[in-house]
Design a protein around this ligand. Structure first.
Ligand code: AVJ
Ligand code: FE
Length: 443
């Protein structure tokens, strides 16, 4: 029954929009209006900018583009266009004050739910399988992760709480898993809410490689530090060493050393660095240096995706490491259920066919690859989502790809094909990494 299918899709959309708004509420109501309008770091917008930008993008894509409505407040559009005003500049703009920003986002949402009731979720490409609504649910959740980063950067009394993840199962895992040479399908043509940069599906033939079973732990990363990793230019690329010196890096962001013990600040609480947790808040350059110190390298983006999705028995690529079903709490640490990654080796039910764990959730994983289009890429529905960030002829490679998603990523914005990107010097994002190596005779 096609009507029942469309009804279910409408409910899914309403649920995803509500989940995003509930989370936005948590992130914007846990601080007072002064803090909401303050800039906690030059790398981030004031939270109140994210809030109105969420409403503005929703108005633009759903009410105007899909619904054909007139702009509600055309004069505010330029304020919330990310390309017109870099983050550092946003606190100086005449932004909507907190109450008005809340009212605006709520008003847009009310009209969107009315629109959703009557619109056909088929026909024009923007409405196929409710794509535009999926785009907006993912957009809000991505900004919720951005706002959570702002919360991590802010100083002062803690305002967010969540239970800690449980311990990893007591079992000895192999340090790495082997992925034999051969082709696999990268990217997707069938994922209904996949973004343009995940498309199209294409075959990639890879030489054999080995990849870490889990992300690199704090304990392993501390060995790199204690071995003088930050004093040894030979582990670093030229650009990496230059950045390490100039930024005076000595360890992950938010770490301090006191009486020989590493401490970290996490959402306003200072605690001892947990050795078994994946390392978090490192730059791409640090990940690269660690890998070289360990006699290894970062995985390419294609290697990461093959390790995460390829099923060697059927030859097809799964939506997620564990299969095609949606992420449950047994599979992965997603959706801000916890405010930290789970210990390495957690989530055996989320294992990939090759036996790698925690590819989805916990920490974004830096890959060796520059952010570039797949063969046959088409910008959709706007160039500014991905295309303007790509490396290519005449466009220098500025961004490195991150894969897998962090504990702060919502399931709706997470799948085996999802691609994120950032500058190699960034470390306020929830990024860690795992390492890889080529296979050699005898493996
Ligand atoms: C995909 C996370 C790099 O936050 O800049 C939000 C997502 N795009 N609004 C970003 C995005 C437009 C984007 N990243
Ligand atoms: Fe945005």
């Amino acid at each position: 029954n096609p009507d029942a299918g469309e009804e279910r899709l409408r409910e899914t959309i309403a649920d995803e929009l509500l989940a995003a708004r509930t989370r936005t509420g948590l992130l914007t109501e846990s601080v007072d209006d002064v803090e909401l309008s303050a800039q906690h770091s030059r790398l981030m917008s004031p939270l109140v900018w994210d809030l109105a930008h969420i409403g503005n993008q929703e108005e633009l894509w759903l009410l105007r583009n899909v619904g054909g409505r007139d702009p509600m407040h055309p004069e505010i559009d330029p304020l919330y266009d990310a390309f017109q005003h870099p983050r550092a500049e946003r606190p100086t703009l005449p932004l909507l004050p907190p109450d008005e920003a809340r009212r605006y986002a709520a008003e847009v949402r009310g009209r969107v739910l009315d629109l959703l009731d009557g619109v056909a979720l088929a026909g024009p490409p923007l409405l196929q399988a409710g794509f535009a609504f999926g785009l907006i649910a993912q957009h809000e959740q991505q900004h919720d992760e951005t706002m959570l980063i702002t919360h991590q950067l802010r100083t002062g009394e803690p305002v967010l709480t969540a239970p800690a993840p449980g311990p990893a199962p007591a079992e000895r895992l192999p340090a790495e898993v082997l992925v034999p040479a051969g082709p696999f399908t990268m990217g997707t043509d069938t994922e209904p809410w996949a973004l343009d940069n995940e498309r199209p599906a294409h075959q990639v033939d890879l030489p054999g490689f080995a990849i870490d079973t889990t992300p690199v732990s704090n304990a392993a990363y501390q060995r790199f530090i204690e071995d003088g990793g930050y004093q040894e230019p030979r582990w670093w690329s030229t650009a990496g060493w230059q950045h390490c010196r100039q930024a005076e890096l000595t360890g992950p962001l938010f770490w301090t050393r006191q009486d020989g013990v590493w401490l970290r600040r996490r959402f306003g609480r200072v605690e001892q660095v947990p050795p078994e947790e994946p390392v978090l808040h490192v730059t791409w350059y640090e990940a690269e240096a660690y890998a070289r110190w360990a006699g290894r390298r970062l995985p390419t983006e294609a290697e990461w995706e093959k390790a995460a999705r390829h099923d060697p028995v059927t030859g097809r690529s799964r939506r997620f490491p564990w299969g095609d079903g949606p992420p449950g709490p047994e599979h992965a640490n997603l959706g801000q259920r916890h405010l930290q990654p789970a210990p390495v080796g957690s989530y055996p039910a989320g294992e990939s066919p090759y036996g790698a764990r925690q590819l989805i959730g916990d920490v974004w994983e830096w890959t060796a690859s520059d952010f570039a289009p797949y063969p046959g890429f088409r910008a959709w529905p706007y160039r500014e989502y991905s295309e303007v960030f790509f490396a290519g002829p005449g466009q220098p490679a500025e961004y490195k790809v991150l894969r897998g998603g962090s504990f702060a990523v919502a399931p709706v914005a997470c799948r085996g094909t999802f691609r994120n990107w950032d500058y190699p010097i960034r470390r306020q994002i929830f990024a860690g990494f795992r390492t890889a190596r080529d296979l050699v005779d005898g493996d």
